[in-house]
Design a protein around this ligand. Structure first.
Ligand SMILES: C[S@@+](CC[C@H](N)C(=O)[O-])C[C@H]1O[C@@H](n2cnc3c(N)ncnc32)[C@H](O)[C@@H]1O
Length: 247
């Protein structure tokens, strides 16, 4: 990538965390503090040129601001705001020669399809924690409600036509059926992403589990360029500690 930068093919590398949190979390099992995504991204080398951190919660943004090392302040842009609205605002400030990585880490159904549409306007790769557990938990409710967070995330009502969704509308469904529903929903979401231009996706999306080994999220990788997917696949092989694979 450095060679292409020297050739002027791109000028700036940015990281966009639209649901950034306060910068640190507490591990449920060990009660130990761990670094959250924004502070981890700040420590990456080679460094991102600019990092955009957003959160709806003003206290989180205030706390995060205090945790940014003075040496990194000039690279960071922080603001309170809704992730979908902020996606559009951040992208509007990026030149066409910007490359980016967006990390989308929701608690539930706060992310709308329009967020991905905004990111698709620039060559930004996306890591999205698809809320599988929340979908399983809320499926029966969602089928009864005329408009839900899942409609917003999927960008329409098409998912309601999936056979298992129809089944859930009429009777109580078991956990296997709910998991099957999530498995059939992800290809639909992927297809929506392809229509936005995210044609390169990691088909072997890992399931992120909680301490009881229950699948909570599917980690989806989306890119508009084949090089993005190649880089991601290599990162998965190397892993965080540079010895083990990431998953
Ligand atoms: C799962 S946490 C993010 C954790 C973070 N990635 C980390 O590694 O520490 C989700 C965050 O999204 C924020 N949030 C909730 N709804 C939001 C919205 N509509 N727009 C932006 N942020 C939101 C919450 O305040 C919370 O801090």
């Amino acid at each position: 990538m450095a060679v292409k930068r020297a050739e002027g093919k791109w000028r700036e590398l940015v990281y966009i965390d639209l649901l950034a949190g306060p910068g640190k979390g507490i591990d449920h099992d060990s009660a130990r503090e761990f670094l959250g995504s924004p502070l981890r991204a700040l420590a990456v080398t080679p460094a991102f040129d600019r990092l955009f951190f957003r959160d709806l919660n003003a206290t989180n943004i205030r706390t995060l601001r205090k945790r940014i090392p003075p040496t990194a302040v000039h690279r960071v842009d922080l603001a309170v705001g809704d992730c979908t609205v902020e996606a559009g605002r951040v992208v509007a400030r990026l030149s066409e020669r910007t490359l980016g990585l967006a990390f989308i880490d929701p608690e539930g159904f706060e992310v709308k399809l329009a967020l991905f549409r905004a990111l698709s306007k620039r060559p930004i790769d996306v890591l999205f924690l698809f809320p599988s557990a929340g979908i399983r938990r809320n499926l029966a409710q969602f089928m009864k409600q005329p408009h839900t967070g899942l409609d917003d995330l999927m960008g329409g009502r098409e998912w309601r036509e999936l056979p298992i969704a129809k089944l859930a509308a009429g009777k109580r469904v078991g956990s296997d059926e709910k998991s099957a529903f999530v498995r059939s929903l992800i290809p639909l979401f992927r297809a929506r992403m392809k229509t936005l231009g995210f044609r390169y996706q990691d088909e072997a999306d890992p399931i992120m589990t909680n301490e009881k080994n229950v699948g909570m999220y599917h980690l989806l990788f989306l890119s508009q360029h084949s090089a993005g997917l190649t880089i991601w696949k290599n990162i998965k092989k190397i892993g965080g500690d540079k010895q083990r694979p990431l998953f």
